[in-house]
Design a protein around this ligand. Sequence first.
Ligand code: HEM
Length: 182
Amino acid sequence: MYGMVNKAIEGLVTERFGEDTWFGVVERAGVEEESFISMDPYPDEVTYRLVGAASEILDTPPEALLEAFGVYWIKYVGQKGYGPMMDLEGQTLAEFLAGLDAMHSRVAAAMPKLRPPSFKLSIVSEQLYELGYYSERPGLGPMVVGLLKGLLEVKGLTGEVRWIGQKGESLDYDRFQIQLSA
Ligand code: HEM
């Protein structure tokens, strides 16, 4: 994944637990870099190892870290100048979710080696959405829960995010439900 993902993991760990903890994570992960270049692609393994090492050091399940990372990512990309590309403020939540693939395509214009996920929105009712998440990468469902919770937060909405179907033998994608409160 592009370095900006690993840099965001660094940002999350450093802000919450300090720089020394981050250096410990890098060491435990056995990755060569202590810091990453946002616009350079790195093997996915680097990201997975960072999450695994952080999970061990912080004694927190990787799923909980990935969810926290998803929430953090929404704020991070806004701060790092990708806000306009995301165009979150200009759209309703449903418009934004329906446009996620187009948004990653805009990102891919600057990051040609991007292998983005894909999302498919179904509007069940005004307050209830379902989102299909298609990815070639395993294990990132909890991150999507965090991303969706982060989106609700920055949109000033309240509601629940549920992971209602896991990719497996009978389903080739992960399914999420977003239930908005009245
Ligand atoms: C302008 C804002 C955003 C930028 C710049 C961005 C960029 C990226 C980048 C660089 C990756 C790593 C993929 C790679 O390097 O091949 C990625 C992955 C991902 N993005 Fe985004 N993204 C943005 C917003 C979002 C939002 C709002 C969502 C919400 C659903 C999202 C969902 C994901 C997921 C789930 C992945 C994990 C990769 C996978 O599932 O295979 N992204 N994105």
